[in-house]
Design a protein around this ligand. Structure first.
Ligand SMILES: NC(=O)c1ccc[n+]([C@@H]2O[C@H](COP(=O)([O-])OP(=O)(O)OC[C@H]3O[C@@H](n4cnc5c(N)ncnc54)[C@H](O)[C@@H]3O)[C@@H](O)[C@H]2O)c1
Ligand SMILES: C[C@@H](CO)CCC[C@@H](C)[C@H]1CC[C@H]2[C@@H]3[C@H](O)C=C4C[C@@H](O)CC[C@]4(C)[C@H]3CC[C@]12C
Length: 369
């Protein structure tokens, strides 16, 4: 891919390309990757919006497929120069079984790696997660840490366990010889909580606020910082990492990078209010309105109800012991590793990110405006 780079057109594959982050990665590649010749979008569920992309100068190939099926993955990877593996089962609410989460996130990632090795694809960028590090089960704060900050990473929940294992597989695979004899080059990007256009949980909070007469009630102390990063910047970081992996293989291969930008350090709820406030919602209470022990009790009750109701229906509320622990434990990053290693600078300022997200919320049906 190196010297003839000016002329050579590259084939990219984005797994999970129809998800919240995946769609932004796909659109960013089309806008910002001049060497793109073909873009393959692989997902279990293909979005109708892909059709409009097929009219441009880059060939866009939509592939409906399942990462747990090795042969489907191998067929999609064959002939690709770069794979951005963002497909994953993001479930911290008990919707899917631990087995399914493992199959998609771990076995699916193993399938992607094996497909690269078998078919000779050399460059793999994996979307990992901050949850690979923490918050841990002990509730230790991670305050504006970086990739080298010591932290006791202890997981029990299936989602962070699966992301940690998958990340390890990707990093371990760095340097493996692919078909043709050249080494595989991999890296993993670890977003904190992503926000922006298309964010389902933000949509849920907004609708909940509308149902509650334009109010949300504070449950988490304002002093607990939760790391957030704008989806456009996460997408840009993927595109840049994928582009630079060959030129900087020795430096970037086998490395992890937190995804960061200029988004302010705030509590989860106060951060959401940056968008929901201008859309007419109000966060009631300068301090949590219910005592923490009551939240712990309600979270445990939700687990019991989920288990009791499972034969009849899927009860999967936002509040459970895991989500409460994540929301109630400081976890923020402060790093410049991606800048140093591959020249990453956020493409969208905080003001841009905020405005874009507000416009998206306002455009939602039933807006409070
Ligand atoms: N949302 C966040 O805050 C966040 C933070 C850190 C990391 N991540 C990671 O980013 C990635 C994307 O997350 P997202 O928030 O966009 O989630 P998402 O659910 O919107 O997107 C995931 C995509 O993967 C696809 N997918 C799921 N199972 C599949 C399978 N078996 N085969 C093929 N495709 C499959 C889904 O259809 C979906 O389009 C995930 O790997 C997630 O772990 C997300
Ligand atoms: C206690 C409630 C009072 O309002 C708030 C509950 C909020 C939780 C549902 C969310 C708080 C933090 C979120 C997670 C975080 O932003 C990072 C994540 C990493 C990513 O890989 C997947 C999504 C998530 C786990 C995200 C999920 C939702 C929260 C737990």
């Amino acid at each position: 891919m190196a010297d003839s780079a000016q002329a050579q057109k590259l084939v990219y594959l984005v797994t999970g390309g129809c998800g919240f982050l995946g769609e932004h990665v796909v659109r960013m590649l089309l806008q910002r990757e001049p060497r793109l010749g073909e873009l393959r979008v692989f997902d279990l569920h293909l979005g109708p919006w892909l059709e409009e992309l097929k009219t441009g100068s880059v060939r866009v190939t939509a592939i409906q497929g399942d990462v747990t099926q090795a042969h489907e993955v191998a067929a999609a990877v064959a002939g690709a120069h770069v794979v951005i593996h963002t497909a994953g089962l993001v479930d911290v609410f008990g919707r899917a079984s631990p087995k399914t989460i493992h199959e998609v996130n771990v076995q699916g990632t193993q399938n992607v790696i094996e497909a690269c090795v078998q078919t000779g694809t050399r460059f793999l960028v994996y979307t990992s997660s901050m949850e690979v590090v923490g918050p841990n089960t002990k509730g230790h704060p991670f305050y504006r840490g970086n990739e080298d900050t010591p932290y006791e990473a202890v997981h029990r929940h299936p989602y962070p366990c699966s992301k940690a294992l998958a990340e390890w597989l990707v990093l371990e695979a760095n340097g493996r010889k692919v078909c043709g004899g050249l080494p595989l080059v991999t890296c993993a990007l670890r977003p904190t909580g992503i926000y922006g256009e298309g964010h389902q949980i933000m949509r849920d909070f907004y609708r909940q606020g509308l149902r509650l007469g334009g109010r949300l009630f504070r449950a988490i102390p304002a002093s607990v910082e939760h790391g957030r990063v704008y989806v456009g910047n996460v997408a840009w970081m993927h595109v840049l990492a994928a582009r630079e992996l060959e030129r900087r293989a020795a430096l970037m291969g086998g490395q992890v990078y937190f995804c960061y930008d200029g988004s302010p350090y705030k509590s989860y709820e106060d951060f959401n209010m940056e968008f929901l406030g201008p859309c007419g919602l109000r966060l009631v209470g300068a301090r949590p309105l219910v005592p923490y022990w009551l939240l712990v009790f309600l979270a445990a009750l939700n687990v019991l109800l989920q288990w009791l109701l499972r034969p009849l229906l899927l009860y999967a509320p936002l509040l459970n012991p895991y989500t409460l622990a994540v929301a109630n434990t400081t976890f923020t990053v402060s790093t410049d590793k991606a800048q140093r290693h591959f020249g990453y600078e956020p493409m969208f300022s905080w003001e841009d990110s905020r405005t874009r997200t507000i416009l998206w919320v306002q455009a939602m049906e039933g807006s409070a405006q």
